[in-house]
Design a protein around this ligand. Structure first.
Ligand SMILES: NC(=O)c1ccc[n+]([C@@H]2O[C@H](COP(=O)([O-])OP(=O)(O)OC[C@H]3O[C@@H](n4cnc5c(N)ncnc54)[C@H](OP(=O)(O)O)[C@@H]3O)[C@@H](O)[C@H]2O)c1
Length: 286
C-alpha cells in the first residue's frame, strides 16, 4: 500500500490506543475516519457494514478491557471482543478491506519460560483472555486479509494505565508494594500505533504479529523506572508477590512475546522497553 491513498477506519478511537492510533495516522497524512461506540457500536452488524464501506483498512481498537469485571460479565465481554470483532471482520471481507485486530498476551497461558512465538497454542486462563482468543479466531475465519496484532502491558497518555497510577500513588504514600513475579513487556500506545501503520504500509502477509516492546521486566522493576522518571526515590517501591495482590482474574506469570514474524516480514520490532519508556515518560506522566 506504499504511496497509495489509504482510507482508514478506526473503531474504539476514544480509547487509550485508539487516540494515539488516530493521531499517528493523521500526522502521517492518512485519510482517517475515527469512530467510537456512540457512532459505531461494533456489535451492531448493520452499523458496522455501513461504516466499513469505503475504507481500505479497519483497525479494531474497540474492546471490553476490564479484565477483572469480565470474570462476572463474560457474555457481555464476548459480545464485544468476539462477536464485535467478527462483525468488523465480516464487513471488511465484504468491502475488500484489510482488518487489523488488536489482541493480547492474555490469549496465552502465561506460564512460559521464554518469549512466546506467534504460532504458540492459545491457552487463555481468564474470561477476558477467552473472549479475546475467540476474537482472534473469528477475525481469521471471517476475513482472509487480516492482521492480528497482539500487544501487552499498554500505557499511553490518553487513558488509565500502570505508570500514571504508580506515579500518583507514589506522590501520596511513603512506599508501594508491587509484584515482582509477573514478567512482560511494557508497551507505549504510540509505538504500537506506529507499528500498525508500518505493517500496513509494508503490506505484510496476513497473520499474527506481536506488537510489544522488546526485552522483558516485572511490574516491580517497571514501577521503579516510573517512580524514577517522576523524580521520586525508586527505593520506595517494595517487592510483593501476586498471592498478596490477587484479584478475580488470574494474571499471566510470564507473557513476553517474541517478534520473529515481524523480522521475517522485514518490519522492525518496537525497541527495548527501557529506552521506549524513557522516550514516553514525559508525555505519559505529563
Ligand atoms: N490496555 C492494555 O494493557 C492492553 C493490553 C493488551 C491488549 N490490549 C488491547 O488493546 C486494545 C486497545 O485497548 P485500550 O487499552 O486502548 O482500551 P480502552 O482504553 O478500554 O479503549 C477501548 C475503547 O473501545 C470502546 N468500546 C467498547 N465497546 C465498544 C463497542 N461495542 N463499540 C465500539 N467501541 C467500543 C470503548 O468505549 P467506552 O469507553 O464507551 O467503553 C473505548 O473507547 C484492546 O483490543 C485491548 O484488548 C490492551
Amino acid at each position: 500500500m506504499t504511496g497509495a491513498v489509504v482510507r482508514w477506519l478506526v473503531a474504539g478511537a476514544r480509547g487509550m490506543l485508539g487516540q494515539d492510533m488516530v493521531g499517528v495516522l493523521e500526522r502521517a497524512g492518512q485519510d482517517v475516519t475515527a469512530t467510537d461506540r456512540d457512532v459505531l457500536d461494533i456489535t451492531d452488524a448493520a452499523q458496522v457494514l455501513d461504516a466499513v464501506r469505503g475504507h481500505d483498512v479497519v483497525v479494531n481498537c474497540a474492546a471490553w478491557t476490564a479484565v477483572d469485571d469480565a470474570e462476572l460479565h463474560e457474555p457481555e465481554a464476548f459480545g464485544i471482543n468476539a462477536i464485535g470483532a467478527a462483525r468488523l471482520a465480516r464487513a471488511a471481507a465484504q468491502h475488500g478491506a484489510r482488518l487489523v485486530q488488536i489482541s493480547t498476551d492474555y490469549v496465552l497461558a502465561g506460564d512460559a519460560a521464554s518469549p512466546y512465538e506467534e504460532s504458540a497454542p492459545l491457552g487463555p486462563r481468564s474470561a477476558y483472555g477467552r473472549t479475546k482468543a475467540a476474537g482472534e479466531w473469528a477475525v481469521a475465519a471471517e476475513c482472509t486479509d487480516h492482521l492480528i496484532v497482539r500487544t501487552a502491558w499498554l500505557y499511553g497518555g490518553g487513558g488509565r494505565c500502570f505508570p500514571k497510577t504508580i506515579a500518583r500513588l507514589a506522590r501520596e504514600r511513603d512506599h508501594l508494594d508491587v509484584v515482582d513475579d509477573q514478567v512482560g513487556q511494557p508497551t507505549w500506545t504510540m509505538d504500537l500505533a506506529d507499528l500498525v501503520l508500518r505493517l500496513v504500509r509494508t503490506g505484510v502477509p496476513s497473520g499474527i504479529y506481536h506488537g510489544t516492546s522488546t526485552g522483558e521486566t516485572s511490574w516491580f522493576d517497571f514501577a521503579r523506572a516510573v517512580v524514577g522518571a517522576a523524580g521520586l526515590d525508586p527505593e520506595m517501591i517494595r517487592r510483593a508477590t501476586s498471592v498478596a495482590a490477587s484479584g478475580p482474574a488470574p494474571r499471566p506469570a510470564y507473557s513476553a512475546l517474541g517478534h520473529d514474524a515481524l523480522v521475517r516480514a522485514g518490519v522492525a520490532p518496537i525497541g527495548d522497553w527501557t529506552a521506549r519508556w524513557t522516550a514516553a515518560a514525559p508525555t505519559v506522566l505529563a
